[in-house]
Ligand binder design. Structure first.
Ligand SMILES: NC(=O)c1ccc[n+]([C@@H]2O[C@H](COP(=O)([O-])OP(=O)(O)OC[C@H]3O[C@@H](n4cnc5c(N)ncnc54)[C@H](O)[C@@H]3O)[C@@H](O)[C@H]2O)c1
Ligand SMILES: O=C(O)CC[C@@H](O)C(=O)O
Length: 527
């Protein structure tokens, strides 16, 4: 049974996805204080939040059984992603569900600002009929500058064109061709600042975007420009905006978000030319239902061990690509688990070679599974595909992925090579059509072993009688050999024997094998 905590108000239509599942119990406790969340979190496998709840490192470090944090919305700046990744907790969001609502809110804010609707409305409610005081501006033929042309910025651009505005946009991923296709002007950041009558920001809050609208940026703008922020508090420097409003450089500002939320008592709110809403961009019935359904499906998928659609701290893989590569995840993990048993030295470098059908697919999710398999022996079961690469880096293990044309006759071949101070060990595997994964090479020996169950790897001298002696020793201990593979470097030289047996091989049983003179090394691997 999985326990999921709903810590912010989330639409019931989405929660039904969880309520209707008998493997899940849902606890709704919105408005928990940080210390209350910290003390409750250890009970839960899943946590669902919007933007209010801060999922800090100290919350995450107490979340012993937490597997997934779902953000019903886009921005994940209220979640410590690094801490989640370190602790192997996947974070998912719902990036598409509130795009329309946020774009519509931006347009509403721009119109409210232009026509002074909130100010006129509140005057009228106070019995003041002041028509001449609230003369506004048309937006038609004005230039809207958009900073950040992602999902919401793009929707705003199309709506602004519908209002017959000229649109100029800056986004590090925007090309002139794309801008032409959209019928908007492509600009650098400074062009947007200089040319726009209205500027709206639609970036995430990042190191690069924090205070990107600064005192210096305001200096470059037209006099009487209007500013809109329905993205994140902190993109606009609030002190600089305040000064620009007071000086008249900025004619008005529409603000849905501020650096510190909830905001009630902020100097910007004292200015009559500021229109504000309390972070309502995504607050529509449609958006809340849509983000809740999306994120609840992902939470359920992850808890059931299925693939999620909108991971934030894992590379997102389109479903057609995923169906191509998912069958290799198990092979990759088993190769890693097998390889790490072949040495007791500290892993320094891992090289993974992909060839055949694997040479032109998205390989990083496969790599994560191989590294997860490798690290599990020493780091335990908290290693997963979310934190495997992070943990490898922390342990100073460098990981290299290589695509090669060497298939050695297989349609797909994956080789994992591990460098330690005493040398390089390697293992190769393939996925046989209809038959599943196989280990096909251990170091330079060719083998054919199903990577599952209890395996014993024996390095020995290629001499007559060794196989018989080993068989007798095992039978004396009532160990049944299910399969046996042998290969050798040359006649009378070094050889390898890989046995699969019906039970886990105990240490004293391995020691008994090691006593045979021809045996050089014995390793048990449970896969
Ligand atoms: N007010 C609300 O309730 C509400 C609702 C939804 C989203 N949001 C916020 O709106 C913002 C945009 O959301 P989205 O879904 O469009 O995200 P998105 O990821 O689709 O788009 C963000 C865009 O910003 C661009 N960008 C990044 N750094 C930039 C920079 N230095 N200069 C210019 N552009 C830059 C990116 O390239 C990307 O195209 C986010 O901050 C999100 O959290 C707010
Ligand atoms: O949860 C909300 O209402 C805010 C959502 C919004 O800020 C987002 O980034 O998706």
């Amino acid at each position: 049974m999985f326990h999921v905590l709903i810590a912010d108000p989330i639409s019931d239509e989405g929660l039904d996805v969880l309520y209707n599942n008998e493997d899940v119990t849902v606890v709704k406790e919105t408005g928990l204080k940080p210390d209350e969340l910290e003390s409750r979190i250890e009970e839960f496998d899943g946590l669902l939040v919007r933007s209010q709840t801060k999922v800090t490192r100290s919350v995450i470090e107490k979340a012993d059984r937490l597997k997934i944090i779902g953000r019903a919305g886009v921005g994940v700046d209220n979640i410590d992603l690094e801490a989640a990744t370190e602790n192997g907790i996947i974070v998912v969001n719902a990036p598409n569900g509130n795009t329309n609502s946020a774009a519509e809110h931006t347009m509403a804010m721009m119109m409210a600002l232009s026509r002074k609707i909130p100010q006129a409305h509140s005057a009228l409610k106070n019995q003041k009929w002041e028509r001449s005081k609230y003369v506004g501006f048309e937006v038609k033929n004005k230039t809207l500058g958009i900073v950040g042309l992602g999902r919401i910025g793009t929707e705003v651009a199309y709506r602004a064109k519908g209002q017959r505005m000229n649109v100029i946009a800056y986004d590090p991923f925007l090309t002139e061709e794309k801008a032409d296709q959209m019928g908007i002007e492509y600009g650098e950041f400074e062009d947007v600042l200089k040319k726009a009558d209205y500027i709206t920001v639609h970036t995430p809050l990042l190191k690069d975007t924090r205070h990107m609208i600064s005192t210096d940026a305001f200096k470059q703008m037209k006099d009487g420009v209007f500013m809109i922020n329905c993205a994140r508090g902190g993109i606009i420097d609030e002190d600089a905006l305040y000064d620009a409003l007071v000086s008249g450089k900025v004619a008005g500002a529409a603000i849905d978000v501020l650096e510190e939320e909830p905001f009630q008592d902020h100097k910007l709110l004292e200015l009559p030319q500021v229109v504000a809403t309390p972070h309502l961009g995504a607050s529509t019935v449609e958006a809340q239902e849509s983000v809740a359904v999306d994120v609840c499906h992902d939470v359920l998928n992850h808890l059931r061990g299925d693939i999620v659609k909108n991971p934030v701290n894992l590379p997102s893989v389109p479903s057609d690509v995923l169906s191509q590569i998912e069958p290799y995840f198990n092979l990759a993990e088993k190769l890693g688990m097998f390889l790490i048993r072949l040495t007791d030295d500290v892993p320094e470098e891992v090289n993974i070679y992909y060839s055949g059908d694997l040479s032109d697919v998205k390989i990083d999710p496969i790599t994560r599974n191989a590294v997860k398999g490798l690290l599990e022996r020493h780091l335990g079961s908290h290693v997963n595909d979310v934190n495997a690469l992070y943990l490898a880096e922390k342990k100073d293990i460098t990981i290299h992925e290589n695509r090669t044309s060497t298939t050695k006759g297989f349609t797909n071949l994956m080789t994992v090579e591990l460098k330690t101070k005493s040398g390089v060990r390697s293992v190769s595997g393939t996925l046989l059509n209809g038959l599943g994964p196989r280990l096909v090479r251990v170091d330079h020996y060719s083998v054919d072993v199903m990577p599952e169950g209890h395996i014993v790897v024996i390095h020995h001298k290629d001499l007559p009688g060794v196989i018989g002696e080993m068989g007798s020793l095992l039978s004396e201990r009532n160990i049944n050999i299910a399969t046996m593979q042998v290969d050798r470097s040359d006649v009378g030289g070094n050889a390898i024997m890989i046995l699969t047996i019906d039970k886990h091989a105990e240490q004293e049983e391995l020691e008994a094998l090691k006593e045979l003179e021809e045996i050089k090394a014995v390793t048990a691997v449970d896969l």
